[in-house]
Design a binder for this molecule. Structure first.
Ligand code: ZN
Length: 54
C-alpha cells in the first residue's frame, strides 16, 4: 500500500488529477507514460521549500 505525504492525486508536471501515477491530461507526458513513485519523489523534494505550519 502506498501511503505518502505528498499529494499523490496531483500531477507534478501540469497539476491535473493523477490516478495511480497516470495523469488525466492527455497532453501531459504522464498521461501516456505513468510516473513511477520514485520519479515523483524527485518533484516532491524540489522547489517547494520547507512549508511547515508556523
Ligand atoms: Zn500531468
Amino acid at each position: 500500500m502506498f501511503t505518502r505525504e505528498f499529494e499523490a492525486d496531483r500531477c507534478p508536471l501540469c497539476g491535473s488529477i493523477m490516478m495511480d501515477g497516470r495523469c488525466a491530461d492527455n497532453t501531459c507526458e504522464f498521461h501516456w507514460r505513468p510516473a513511477e513513485p520514485e520519479e515523483l519523489l524527485e518533484f516532491e523534494t524540489g522547489e517547494d521549500t520547507q512549508r511547515e505550519a508556523g
